[in-house]
Design a protein around this ligand. Structure first.
Ligand code: MV4
Length: 488
């Protein structure tokens, strides 16, 4: 298990946007050099400006640049990078990439491919963590654990579990291929429909059946393992506020969490991580009932988008921990030295149009003015005024993170920070987020994964027409801008 120390001097960040900037910042604080990789459209991007060296890796489409393992490895070789940080998304959970880095003698800042492989398959992950004692949703994966040979056995399993049940495509994920069934008389149609979708969407019609949790919450535990057998949990994040399985708002700690429940979930997460000898930053996702009972959903073997809320309540730098652990060091702190201080919220600022089904919005950021940063407000961004949001990548503008002593105080900070956020040039979700943090159920922490669905009336009020004087002022401002531009 223990590995000899592998000093890291120069880190190539195989990513772009806010996470590339964020990782480089910590690398520089630790005195490490950095290498950026960039596609043609990212040539002038902030992460390229920030890095010590930069390597062009090809055309804009990620499959021709950021996802090409050979290009990333060639960039490492060309710049003498001795480690790679994958960020999240792209190659961050690609086992072949992790293996290729190690084969090239380059430290992959993340877990070993073995852990990725085990946690990458939902059914394998369930088996592994269940054997470690981590609670999984009451359900049935079929006689051999990979689906039901016939309708009768599926129907019998549903009756044993007890309605309502959820039929899930075994090869599915992200909410695709799921059917909730309230009554036994609806089961056969739902089963047929789920199998059809599973076969067409995932090429595998196997399904599993679980007890359906109604009004669930998504609560995840940040875990960290080192190569000396140590593993700790850095408490929880509540990510229940989602839209179509995309997280919109995250917070830490989870409202209503008791000390006992936190310890139980933390231990269950550490047990799951230890079961695969997990090294590095990982997140164990649980689905929880309103009464607090919780069940393993999946384990993500990467640093998550929402890691800053954990950093804000623990005062730790998770990328620093990643670098230290990847270099073979032991975890900087033991479990009993970790504590929660205050409450943090994160809102994901996106170039998308809430009035058009959150369609991504591309274009030039004519004006971009985030709120001022201080000990209460943090803005992780990978774009600056004048940059263009392109259709090639996730249209994230920034992550807005706030912290204060209590949730109510943090909520007030978020409302204030959102009110100060100026984005002109692309449609964006700032006003939507402002409404979201204002709805009573969110303010009162009455959370579940259907909150946005349930609050449609408050979140999408009828649009009032733009008053004429506002149009006139906008036209005047535009004329003045054009005149000023022409004068230079
Ligand atoms: C569930 C569930 C209710 N009962 N499983 C959605 C995608 C995948 N992460 C698992 N998901 C769910 N599984 C049972 N037995 C409700 C969901 C679910 C959900 C879970 C977490 C976060 C957001 C969600 C949104 C819709 C449904």
């Amino acid at each position: 298990m223990s590995q000899p120390p592998r000093p890291i001097r120069r880190v190539l960040v195989a990513n772009r946007g806010e996470i590339a900037v964020r990782v480089m910042r910590t690398c520089h604080e630790l005195g490490k050099e950095t290498v950026a990789v960039y596609s043609d459209v990212d040539r002038a991007a902030p992460h390229v400006q920030l890095a010590g060296q930069a390597v062009a890796i090809g055309p804009a489409p990620a499959r021709e640049s950021y996802l090409v393992i050979d290009k990333i490895l060639a960039a490492c070789k060309a710049t003498g990078a001795d480690a790679v940080h994958p960020g999240y998304g792209f190659l961050s959970e690609n086992e072949d990439f992790a293996d290729a880095c190690e084969a090239a003698g380059i430290t992959f800042i993340g877990p070993r491919a073995h852990a990725m492989r085990l946690m990458g398959s939902k059914t394998e992950a369930r088996k592994t963590v269940s054997a470690a004692g981590t609670p999984v949703v009451p359900g049935d994966n079929g006689p051999e654990g990979n689906g039901f040979p016939d309708v009768g056995s599926a129907q019998a399993a549903a009756a044993r579990i007890g309605y309502p049940v959820l039929i899930k495509a075994a090869a599915g994920g992200g909410g695709k291929g799921m059917r909730a069934v309230d009554r036994s008389e609806d089961f056969l149609d739902a089963l047929a429909s789920c199998k059809r979708e599973a076969a067409s969407s995932f090429g595998d019609q196997h399904v599993l059946i679980e007890k359906y949790l109604q009004r669930p919450r998504h609560i995840e535990i940040q875990v960290f393992g080192d190569s000396h057998g140590n593993c700790v949990y850095l408490f929880e994040r509540d990510c229940s506020v989602q839209r179509r399985h995309q997280k919109v708002l995250e917070e830490a700690p989870a409202p209503g969490m008791t000390r006992e429940r936190r310890a139980a979930m933390g231990q269950a997460a550490v047990d799951a991580a230890k079961a695969v000898g997990y090294v590095g930053a990982g997140t164990v996702e649980f689905i929880a009932n309103q009464d607090g009972s919780f069940y393993f959903m999946e384990m993500n073997t990467r640093l998550q988008v929402e890691h800053p809320v954990t950093e804000m309540i623990t005062g730790l730098d998770l990328v620093e921990w990643q670098l230290r652990v990847a270099a073979g060091e032991a975890l900087p702190l033991r479990q009993e030295q970790l504590a929660i201080d205050g409450h943090a919220l994160e809102a994901r600022i996106y170039a998308e149009d809430p009035d058009k089904g959150f369609l991504p919005s591309t274009g030039k950021l004519l004006h971009l003015s985030p709120p001022a940063e201080n000990e209460h407000v943090r803005v992780d961004t990978g774009v600056e005024q004048g940059d263009t949001i392109t259709p090639h990548y996730d249209p994230m503008i920034a992550k807005l993170i706030v912290w204060d002593r209590t949730r109510d105080a943090a909520l007030a900070r978020m409302r204030q920070a959102l009110a100060q956020y100026r984005v002109v040039g692309v449609a964006n979700n700032v006003e939507f987020l402002s409404r979201l943090v204002g709805v009573p159920s969110f303010a009162q922490a009455d959370l579940d994964t259907a909150l946005i669905e349930r609050e449609q009336a408050n979140l999408f009020p009828p649009k009032s027409p733009v008053p004429d004087e506002v149009c006139l002022l906008a036209a005047l401002a535009e004329l003045q801008r054009e005149a000023a531009a022409a004068a230079h």
